[in-house]
Design a protein around this ligand. Structure first.
Ligand code: SAH
Length: 365
């Protein structure tokens, strides 16, 4: 466990009696000094987990084609805010921009705007995007609304905190964190406040855990504000479920293995699945338009990832070293299978598009 973070959380619990789950998650992940994301390099084979842009450049390339198509549908505006929330190492944005280089006027039109909580990840993003002008923000509300915008978030929403609720004989309870006998932490239940209960699905059963996320809703509200003011479109890709249901999806991962959420605090990535039905409902309540919920596999296939694979394989085959070509091709096949395979990321990960204008028809849905 991270000693400083441990102490900070203990102090809050001492002062308040307990800590809400959402506050615990945001402290563990985003404490400005000791939060998990502040340490810099959680991604990749040597890190804690691997994300889609890090699996293959083809992911970013087909998303690049998606962005370019929207830019065309917008009438090729001379200035476009291309926003990414939680850009990690900057790989997705760099792949999008590389594809954009082949389209006249696209790169010149783009203002890259990154929303990133971690200073050390900002340094990596700066390096990955050194050929472009980039601005950083801590909230999307800071982004100027003077130009049209396209916003992307891959595995961003899953890092935003949740609360867990359960109804028992005492009514609705929320999950909180308290100190255990050994100065560690444990979960317990406390009376849930009205605001959280309002976010529950209309039909619920007793003694089951339901997850709600005021933080995701708040983020979505500022996203809709931005899209309304700037005639924009947003794309979110994340793991989650299509219909609201009960279940505990809170998880901590360290070095590619699940670990206890209350141990390794600040050293493990804590995420939870997105309730896409609740999120879509919230967007509609705010007056935004939301696409049907698509699986990542179908989305990437509709955008042509399999054709892109064939093109890259054909290029690889041109090399004289047939052994090396065979290895490269094997790797490419495995990466695409990982991204679109039903038993891999293809079904678990979902994609939604949020927009303000009826005029734009995003590809892939
Ligand atoms: N999109 C990247 C990284 C996903 S990990 C990829 O697919 O590889 C989550 C990212 O969101 C990290 O960059 C993390 O630092 C950032 N992040 C998490 N919570 C955040 C918050 N509240 N505000 C801004 N950035 C946040």
């Amino acid at each position: 466990m991270h000693d400083n973070l441990n102490q900070i959380i203990s102090n809050i619990i001492d002062a308040d009696g307990s800590m809400n789950l959402g506050e615990f998650i945001s402290t563990a992940l985003c404490h400005p000094e000791y939060g998990y994301y502040m340490k810099g390099a959680p991604f990749g084979a040597g890190g804690d987990f691997v994300t889609a842009p890090e699996i293959s450049q083809m992911f970013g390339e087909v998303i690049g084609a998606w962005v370019i198509d929207i830019w065309f549908q917008m009438g090729k505006p001379e200035t476009l805010n291309l926003i990414e929330c939680g850009p990690g190492r900057g790989t997705l944005m760099s792949d999008i921009m590389r594809v954009g280089k082949s389209v006249d006027g696209f790169v010149d039109a783009i203002n890259i705007q990154l929303v990133e909580a971690s200073g050390s990840l900002q340094v990596m993003q700066k390096d990955a995007l050194k050929d472009y002008v980039v601005s950083w923000h801590s909230e999307i509300s800071e982004i100027n609304k003077g130009a049209p915008s396209i916003l992307i978030g891959n595995e961003f929403l899953d890092a935003l905190p949740i609360e867990q609720l359960m109804r028992n004989e005492n009514g609705w309870q929320k999950r909180v964190i308290v100190l255990d006998e050994n100065n560690g932490f444990k979960f317990t239940w406390a009376e849930a406040d009205h605001k959280l209960k309002q976010l529950l699905p209309s039909e619920t059963v007793s003694n089951k855990i339901y997850e709600v996320s005021p933080a995701r809703n708040l983020f979505m509200s500022s996203c809709i504000d931005l899209l309304s003011a700037s005639k924009g479109v947003a794309l979110f890709i994340d793991y989650g479920y299509i219909k609201s249901h009960h279940g505990d999806t809170l998880q901590a991962v360290r070095k590619h293995e699940y670990t206890n959420v209350l141990e390794d605090i600040g050293l493990s990535d804590i995420t939870s699945h997105i309730d896409f039905e609740a999120l879509s409902r919230h967007v509609c309540e705010l007056g935004g338009h939301v696409s049907p919920i698509q699986t990542q596999g179908n989305f990437l296939k509709a955008l042509g990832i399999e054709q892109r694979l064939i093109a890259l394989k054909n290029t690889a085959m041109k090399t004289n070293d047939t052994g090396m070509a065979a290895n490269i091709i094997k790797g490419m096949d495995a990466s695409v299978d990982r991204l679109i395979g039903n038993d891999q990321m293809g079904e678990l990960f979902k994609v939604i598009c949020v927009k303000n204008s009826e005029d734009i028809t995003p590809a892939g849905f």
